[in-house]
Each structure stands twice: as structure tokens, then as C-alpha cells.
Design a protein around this ligand. Structure first.
Ligand SMILES: Cc1ncc(COP(=O)(O)O)c(C=O)c1O
Length: 432
């Protein structure tokens, strides 16, 4: 058996061996971690090892793992029924969930399509834009990640492996995203202008036949890349000028991860369509695509599914949204996030291999490089840091080429931030 880091305990090894026999080899596991149970900000493997979770099940467990309010809601609903075939019949719970969700988002977003995952929430955005405009082309960004089903994959361009052998794709053109740290410009403004010019070129080239543009407010899988503050506003203006829908993928950045419910709010833009998933279902698969009723004007039969509006997912979703509001998780994301940024920036001053630290709220990326001058991505070193951290009981994930992402549950305390960053520093020290 091949392990990513040091071999785990014997129970884990046995399960991994069974997994290797029957589970598809397409998954690329970041760790040899075998989940047993989780609570709050901690997860345990089947050998009893406890980890502080700075990955939150990939930005899913915003309200904390095994949240009591969410468990209660799921249990209560499970007694009454789990599946209402919402695509074919009516049910109150999905309506209640959407009514609640609409109180969290800008008021022009007043219609929702329900699904089960991030990729489906993006597919629905894509199809809705194409149906509404009756146009063909889409603009997406280099390094973007929007999911892996064929529609979303056509929009995705974060790692070559994702797209290998899947050609032909849908009609999508990719343009540069302002990755300031890695682009050769002397100022943020120049970088933004370059990206906007490229987007505008494409808008001109396909003028009259572009349905929309899709963008992550902060790129996630691409490396937690935060664009300069004016980028989204200017981009939206271009979309208005060339008459295309401006769609945001908030699958990873949504649900207070960056401090506001939608990350796009921080950039002062109103999306025409917004896709949510991950944390919105409190740990149960749920995808939501939001738009204005005028934009979401597709006719019956043009898009639907079996499980969208699933009752367990909606019950869990309502409980999570209520918990997020009651516990002011957006405020905590801002507070702990700025504390974490401050500590990570201090580490950047101390260690040559920490090239860049960036983020909003609790969506923070640390870029690992060979040295600050060359900025060469240090992929092996990054992997070693992930393994060193895991050995010491901290789970952090990679993104992009050599970025370590920090996206803990939003209930995290200052003490847990301190605890995690102490382990992280030890993990870095062992590598440099
Ligand atoms: C921004 C973004 N969009 C879409 C997706 C796809 O979500 P899923 O894996 O649930 O299909 C992801 C997953 O990481 C994501 O980060």
C-alpha cells in the first residue's frame, strides 16, 4: 500500500486496504486519514487519534461538526420522512428553507433552484443563464474550480488533471484572474486592468452570443486567491455593458466563510445568479442556485432532479442557517480570521518558504515557495508541511500548486487558532 504521509494506525490501514480494492481510483486522497467521528472543531480517526480540523470537511462544517441543533433537526425530520420527491410534488420544508435563506442574501435574489452538490448548483446557474438568454458562450477564469460534471468541468480550469481526456467541452473561454502575487505587474491596478482587458476582448469576440460569465469571488481550489477590491465591480460593469449575466460561484466562499454571508457582498457587487453548496446544508448534501425571478424564468421541465429539496437536507439547512445567525458566525469569522492573518503574517516574516499570506475571514491561503525572491512554488515542501501538521494533530489542506488553505469551522475560538498555528509553525520549521 502507498501512503501519502507516514502510515496511519492499524485500523486505518485495514480500511484503506479494503477501500483500495472496491472504491474508484479517481479520488485523490490528501491524507491517509480514516474518519471515525467528529465534534465541533475536532475530528477523530478510527485509531483514536484526535485532530484539530482547519479544513472543516473542505469548507462544509461552518457550524462545527455534529452540531447539536443540526442533529436535532435531522432526527426530527427523519421520523417524519426523508424524501418528498420535490421535483414532482409540493412540500413545505424546502419552501421554508428557501424563505429563510432569502433573508440572508441581497433581496434581488428571490428565487431558488435546489440540488445536492456544488457542481449541480453551478450546472443550474449555467443552464439557467443559457435558457434565459438563449445564448451559447460562457466566460470563466484560469485556475477556476466549479465542479467536475461536464457542464461545470467545462468552466473549471484549476488543474490539468481535471480536464485530461474529457475534451470536447461546452463553449467556454477562460480568461486570467488577477492573481497579483503570481502575475508580473508592478501594481494591483495594472494587474486588474490586464485581466479586464482580456475579458473584454472575449466579450467583443463572441458579442451577441454570450450567456454569462462565472467567477468565484475568491478563488478556492485554485489557491485561495483574493482579487483586488475593485475587480468584481469593474467586471460586473463589463458584463452589463456587453449584456451578459454575472454569475458567482459561492460554493466555497459562501455561508459567512469570509465574514459576510456571500463573499461577493464584500466586493460591493450584486450577482445575477449565485451558486451555494457545501456549508449551506449543515453537512447534508444540498446545492442552491439563486437568481431573480425574472432571470430564473425557465419553463417547467427545462431543469429538475430527484433529490433537490430533500427533506433531511432542508431541515439541516434551516437549523444551520439559524445557528449561523444566532451565534453570529460571520462576526466570528472576521474576528478569528483577522487574528489568524496577523499570526500568519508574522510567520511569513520569519520563514523564507512562506511567500504570501492572503484571505478574507476564515478563508486564508498561505503560499509555500522555494524562496521569497524566486517565488517558485514549493510543492514537495507544501506536502511535507501538510504531513508534519497531520502527524502533530492538525488537518490543513492544499490548494493550487503550493498553497495551504486555512478554512476551519466558523465556531473556532482564539485558543484553537493559537493551538493550530503553533502546530503549523512546528510543521514549517521541520521543512525549511
Ligand atoms: C467554488 C466551488 N465550486 C464548485 C465546487 C464543486 O462542489 P462539489 O464538489 O460539491 O460538486 C467546489 C468544490 O470544491 C468549489 O470549491
Amino acid at each position: 500500500m502507498k501512503f501519502v504521509c507516514q502510515p496511519p494506525g492499524s485500523r486505518s490501514r485495514k480500511i484503506i486496504a479494503r477501500d483500495n480494492k472496491v472504491i474508484s481510483s479517481s479520488y485523490s486522497r490528501e491524507f491517509d486519514f480514516v474518519f471515525d467521528h467528529a465534534k465541533g472543531c475536532y475530528i477523530w480517526d478510527v485509531d483514536g487519534k484526535k485532530y484539530l480540523d482547519f479544513a472543516a470537511g473542505i469548507a462544509v462544517a461552518n457550524v462545527g461538526h455534529a452540531n447539536d441543533a443540526v442533529i436535532k433537526a435531522i432526527k426530527q425530520q427523519a421520523e417524519k420522512g426523508t424524501h418528498a420527491a420535490f421535483g414532482d410534488f409540493y412540500a413545505e420544508l424546502p419552501v421554508k428553507f428557501v424563505e429563510k435563506l432569502l433573508t440572508f442574501v441581497p433581496p434581488h435574489l428571490n428565487n431558488a433552484f435546489l440540488s445536492n452538490s456544488g457542481t449541480e448548483a453551478v450546472e443550474a446557474a449555467y443552464k439557467c443563464a443559457r435558457w434565459h438568454t438563449n445564448k451559447k458562450w460562457f466566460i470563466a477564469f484560469e485556475h477556476a474550480f466549479h465542479g467536475r460534471t461536464m457542464g461545470s468541468l467545462s468552466l473549471t480550469k484549476s488543474k490539468p488533471r481535471h480536464r485530461e481526456r474529457y475534451n470536447p467541452f461546452l463553449p467556454v473561454v477562460h480568461v486570467p484572474f488577477p492573481y497579483v502575487y503570481r502575475m508580473p505587474f508592478s501594481s494591483e491596478d495594472e494587474c486588474v486592468q490586464y485581466c479586464l482587458n482580456k475579458a473584454e476582448q472575449m466579450m467583443k469576440q463572441h458579442q451577441g452570443d454570450i450567456a454569462g460569465l462565472i467567477v468565484e469571488p475568491i478563488q478556492g481550489e485554485g489557491g485561495y486567491v483574493v482579487p483586488p477590491q475593485n475587480f468584481h465591480r469593474e467586471l460586473k460593469k463589463l458584463c452589463e455593458r456587453y449584456d451578459l449575466l454575472y454569475c458567482v460561484d459561492e460554493v466555497q466562499s459562501g455561508c459567512f466563510r469570509t465574514g459576510t454571508f456571500l463573499a461577493s457582498e464584500q466586493f460591493g457587487v450584486k450577482p445575477d445568479i449565485a451558486s451555494l453548496s457545501k456549508a449551506v446544508g449543515g453537512g447534508i448534501p444540498l446545492g442552491v442556485t439563486l437568481a431573480n425571478k425574472k432571470t430564473m424564468n425557465w419553463e417547467p421541465g427545462t431543469h429538475s432532479n430527484t433529490f433537490g429539496g430533500n427533506l433531511l437536507a432542508c431541515a439541516a439547512g434551516i437549523a444551520s442557517l439559524e445557528f449561523m445567525r444566532k451565534e453570529k458566525l460571520g462576526d466570528n469569522a472576521k474576528k478569528q480570521g483577522s487574528y489568524m492573518l496577523k499570526l500568519l503574517n508574522e510567520l511569513k516574516e520569519k520563514y523564507e518558504i512562506i511567500g504570501d499570506v492572503r484571505g478574507r475571514g476564515l478563508m486564508i491561503g498561505v503560499e509555500i515557495v522555494k524562496d521569497k525572491y524566486s517565488k517558485t512554488p514549493a510543492e514537495e515542501e507544501m506536502q511535507q508541511i501538510l504531513c508534519n501538521a497531520a502527524a502533530k494533530g492538525l488537518v490543513v489542506l492544499g490548494a493550487g500548486k503550493s498553497v495551504i488553505r486555512f478554512c476551519p469551522p466558523l465556531i473556532i475560538t482564539k485558543q484553537q487558532v493559537d493551538q493550530g498555528l503553533q502546530v503549523f509553525e512546528e510543521a514549517v520549521k521541520k521543512v525549511k
